[in-house]
Design a protein around this ligand. Structure first.
Ligand code: NAG
Ligand code: NAG
Ligand code: NAG
Ligand code: NAG
Ligand code: NAG
Ligand code: NAG
Ligand code: NAG
Length: 631
């Protein structure tokens, strides 16, 4: 029996079973696959995934692929690392199903032995299930909110949501929150990009209580490698609840984290309770590791004693391989790296260090670390402490070159009120810290999201939504973000945009954040600093303290897209705008079914909030803030 690739892909495309593994149909398929002839030299990837955390019990056969250890650039017929993924997506015919159930647990004993008063978990775990799909698959996720009083909405960080703005999971913007005590919602969108990302609650400070998980979209890569180690989330960890920390950070600086968890675990720095994350490397092999920073505040420098890392993707943008001895990973960012297990077999520390004079975070754990163990070597703790990497000064790399190029001509960029977004801190009221963009702190209305206005054609958008309407079609738009050059003090901010990967066209000169050196964009001198020739492109970029960042995105994706600081305490305090991109096209593109689902969820939420919720809304709604805001 012999299939052509095309025929097999077609067959694989229809193989999505609702029954648990082991039914006759599936056994039939397995037999079919096992007995298939393989031509000499042909690589067949019979990647049958039956995921324990996939409550639908799907068994999905992946199409055969030319993606091999020696040729990761290849993916499938007609699709490879050079394919423009914003215009071409493989048709897999596959939908991956997941169910995420949120619960609230009191007096929960954490991985390092400390009991937390309260956590909010996804499927009972500190890290929710990793959502895994192939490039081109649809992903359908049922979110069940079994929390006691909080609403929720889940944002699929970095997913472009091309044509599917309503699936973006930004409550108060693209949906009403999902009500607690059993409320549910089905999200469905296409994995049109590939690489590494994460998901998190966008309801107040909730993700800091544990409503977080990773995403892995398999696709081609810019460098060959042997082994994909999968996702490796590294996060700040606090013993106080996120709700307590929000109240604290409104009037105080962000506290150091109590610990840093690597892939959900670490030892307590004082008591020694807990386990180090322990990653096994296979000697002589090249490994891919998918680094994710799902923190609320800590930005990390990461290094592996004695080893380099080679960056192959930044956020969901594949880049030409670049080898470095350490990386900077801002909140919300991802870097896919390869690591060659080419050193003396043994155990090596993988370290987190903090740079930039702690202006972008610090921890009570003085040396957070994980173990990288060479298979076959004796166990035990690494002995070589290594050396601290060069200080990245809270800045990300600008010299990463995307494989699929995008170039713009920013020449002669002129700042004006229509393209400039000043970030400021307002210390004049209660609470002490209120973060504003262009003079206003965002305060979304959970009960009347921006999409409600779009769907009903009501253009009386309240100023509290911090909307920036953009009507141009398929044009590059430039946004100059200025970080409080004249304020009392300024912190670096990880700026995240929904719905687009943006080009980092330029930023102010690199200085230490502690120096608080003031830079204001000056067209006469700073235009020479801009680079529109396939510059770094991603979905989170660092805005330097007292400096500026110039980004560009193309108006090719109608939607209401937040752009916010990803430090939970700052977006909680108002640091966000909402680009309303082509509202007429947005409205025209929404199906009757999606509109009905939107309205149904809003009706359920409004029946609950505010009348049935024992707690008021006390923040921007996207994260949390006290006093300033009411319903
Ligand atoms: C969400 O739950 C937390 C923890 O119980 C609580 O502190 C907060 O006030 C709740 N917020 C809302 C709006 O229900
Ligand atoms: C992370 O933890 C999960 C669950 O414990 C494990 O399956 C996975 O292999 C770990 N990842 C790495 C890179 O070690
Ligand atoms: C790490 O894992 C390896 C392989 O399972 C094991 O041999 C080693 O003892 C572990 N190291 C520690 C410190 O637990
Ligand atoms: C790496 O972590 C280990 C274990 O915490 C520590 O002993 C060592 O000093 C750290 N090295 C660096 C460079 O931070
Ligand atoms: C612009 O940035 C890209 C990506 O890092 C780099 O390859 C290119 O050399 C830069 N061009 C200039 C003029 O700096
Ligand atoms: C900032 O606010 C000013 C004054 O309200 C307004 O004219 C300007 O268009 C706003 N800027 C942006 C980028 O929306
Ligand atoms: C439009 O929205 C505004 C602000 O929420 C509201 O006051 C007004 O009644 C709405 N208009 C219509 C026709 O619904």
């Amino acid at each position: 029996m012999r299939f052509t690739f095309g025929a097999f892909a077609l067959l694989a495309g229809s193989l999505v079973f609702g029954a648990p593994p082991g039914n006759p149909q599936q056994r039939g398929l397995l037999t079919l696959l096992e007995t298939r002839d393989v031509a000499p030299g042909e690589h067949v990837d019979l990647d049958l995934e039956a995921r324990a955390d996939d409550t639908s019990g799907n068994l999905v056969a992946r199409a055969p692929t030319c993606n091999t250890p020696s040729n990761r650039a290849c993916w499938s017929t007609g699709f490879n690392i050079n394919t423009d993924y914003e215009t071409s997506t493989p048709t897999t015919g596959v939908t991956k199903f997941y169910t995420l159930t949120l619960t609230e647990v009191d007096n929960w004993v954490g991985p390092d032995g400390v009991t937390k008063k309260k956590v909010m978990l996804v499927n009972g775990k500190i890290l929710g299930p990793t959502i895994v799909a192939d490039w081109g698959d649809f992903i359908q996720i049922t979110v069940i909110n079994n929390l006691r009083t909080n609403g929720t909405s889940i944002h699929w960080h970095g997913m472009r949501q091309f044509g599917s703005n309503l699936q973006d999971g930004a409550n108060g913007v693209t949906e009403c929150p999902i009500p607690p005590k059993g409320g549910s919602k089905i999200y469905k969108f296409r994995a049109s990009q590939y690489g590494t990302s994460w998901y998190h609650s966008h309801f107040s400070a909730q993700y800091g209580n544990g409503v977080v998980g990773s995403m892995q979209i398999n696709g081609p890569a810019s460098l060959p490698y042997d082994i994909d180690l999968g996702v490796f989330p590294i996060t700040d960890y606090y013993y106080r609840t996120a709700d307590e920390l929000v109240l604290f950070t409104e009037n105080n600086g962000a506290p150091f984290s109590d610990n840093v968890l690597f892939n959900g675990t670490n030892v307590h720095p004082v008591t020694g309770v807990g386990k180090y994350a322990n990653v096994t490397l296979t000697p002589g092999k090249r490994h891919r590791l998918r680094l994710i920073n799902p923190s609320t505040e800590n930005h990390f420098q990461l290094s592996l004693v004695g080893h380099d890392m080679t960056i192959i993707s930044s956020d969901l943008v594949p880049v030409n391989a670049m080898t470095v001895s350490s990386v900077f990973l801002g909140v919300g960012q991802r870097l896919d790296v390869t690591i060659d297990a080419s050193k003396t077999p043994g155990n090596y520390w993988f370290n987190v260090t903090f740079g930039g004079q702690n202006f972008c975070g610090g921890s009570q754990n003085p040396t957070p670390a994980a173990i990288f163990h060479y298979a076959g070597a004796p166990g035990g703790l690494p002995t070589n402490k290594g050396v601290a990497p060069v200080d990245h000064q809270c800045l990300d790399l600008l010299n990463l070159t995307p494989v699929v190029t995008r170039s713009v001509t920013p020449g002669g960029f002129n700042p004006n009120p229509g393209n400039t977004l000043p970030v400021t801190i307002d210390l004049s009221g209660t609470p002490l810290f209120v973060w504003k963009v262009n003079g206003s702190a965002i305060n979304v209305d959970w009960n009347k999201p921006v999409l409600d206005y779009v769907l009903t054609g009501n253009t009386s958008y309240p100023p509290r939504n911090n909307l920036i309407q953009v009507n141009s079609v398929n044009q590059w738009t430039y946004w100059l973000i200025e970080n409080d050059p004249d304020g009392p003090f300024s912190l670096p901010h990880p700026i995240h945009l929904h719905g687009h990967d943006f080009l980092i066209v330029g930023r102010s000169p690199d200085v230490t954040p502690g120096s608080q050196t003031r830079f204001k964009f000056n067209a006469a001198t700073d235009n020479a600093r801009l680079n529109g020739s396939n510059p770094a492109r991603r979905d989170v970029a660092m805005l330097p303290a007292k400096g500026w960042l110039l980004i560009a995105f193309k108006t090719d994706n109608p939607g209401a897209w937040l752009m916010h600081c990803h430090i939970a305490w700052h977006v909680s305090g108002g640091l966000s705008v909402d680009f309303l991109e082509r509202p007429a096209d947005l409205k025209a593109g929404i199906s009757a079914a999606d509109k009905a689902a939107f309205n149904q969820n809003c009706a359920a939420w409004r029946a609950y909030f505010p009348s049935q919720d024992p707690f008021p809304k006390i923040d921007s709604g996207l994260k949390m803030m006290k006093h300033k805001y009411v319903v």
